[in-house]
Design a protein around this ligand. Sequence first.
Ligand SMILES: NC(=O)c1ccc[n+]([C@@H]2O[C@H](COP(=O)([O-])OP(=O)(O)OC[C@H]3O[C@@H](n4cnc5c(N)ncnc54)[C@H](OP(=O)(O)O)[C@@H]3O)[C@@H](O)[C@H]2O)c1
Length: 310
Amino acid sequence: MKAVLLTGHGGPDMLRYGDAPDPVAGDGDVLVDVFAASINAADYKVRLGGGRYGNLKFPHILGRDFSGVVRAVGAGVNDVAVGDEVFGVTDQGIEGCYAEKLAIKARLVAKKPPRLSHVEAAALGLISLTAVWAIEDTGRLQKNEKILIQGGAGGVAGFAIQLAKHLGATVITTASASNHDYVRRLGADQVIDYNKQDFTTEVSGCDVVFDTVGGAVRAGCYKVLRPGGRLIWIAPAPEGFEPPSDQQTLRPAVNRDRAHLERMLTLLQAGAVSPPTITRYKLAEAVAAHRISEARHLQGKLVFEVRPGA
Ligand SMILES: NC(=O)c1ccc[n+]([C@@H]2O[C@H](COP(=O)([O-])OP(=O)(O)OC[C@H]3O[C@@H](n4cnc5c(N)ncnc54)[C@H](OP(=O)(O)O)[C@@H]3O)[C@@H](O)[C@H]2O)c1
């Protein structure tokens, strides 16, 4: 099969479009023809290496979420069949979606509804699962609460804006001016241009802050949180950062399972959420896609259209 091969840790040029052995469905697996696979911020972090990403065997195939068609099923799989259109997210520590074929546990895929294209389903996989874990399972956001979502134009945050609005919260977000119309369309009640405004003086008394940006932004998040409020994070704070003790600091588990993918489908069916803005790439354009992802100012999602028209 064709795939994007990470040939070593380093810059985008370490990615090469080439040939890789076809995967095989083991017990409990489905073998999928991948029609679309998404690019996540985690992918460039793995590519760069260091820390927990330092022990890869090369060539390595990146990619954590996909949509496609089941071509074979392994022993013990009886709830997914050959020919099913499915989408899903690989288990923690496992990758391989930047490819024409993928073997994945059947319990990690859900049926793709016809109303979603493969590209849309791939775009929604990891971001929706992460946002549901963060906003519902971990933050337990309630109606009429006030939430600040950092980095609203990004994949996870954009989904979180829609979910928080659906749950009845007042939603504030941060974004560059060019993304303000976009995040308002997603449902943000207030948008802060973080390049010109200091969110710590514009916002106060939040019940919840969802930090998808991390780094220097983190300390300010606690300043806008009420005492006892919940800080949920998915992007790390600077090394050595000590969170205040009078507010809660929560990290979502983001376990992969079918139930969370189906929660996204329920939200979609209810009209509560819709797919993000999507920029399409071919697998052979992985270097360009990674440059955009790593620059960290994209809108919505970047997705590989692995089969034309997906
Ligand atoms: N399991 C997990 O824990 C998990 C799962 C998914 C993602 N993550 C992590 O969560 C983070 C976000 O992921 P993602 O895929 O949603 O990222 P993304 O789509 O790559 O988000 C990039 C966005 O961040 C915005 N941004 C950059 N700097 C900003 C700042 N200082 N203030 C506000 N917005 C800023 C940019 O918007 P503007 O152009 O408007 O600046 C851009 O839209 C990443 O670090 C990722 O690794 C963790």
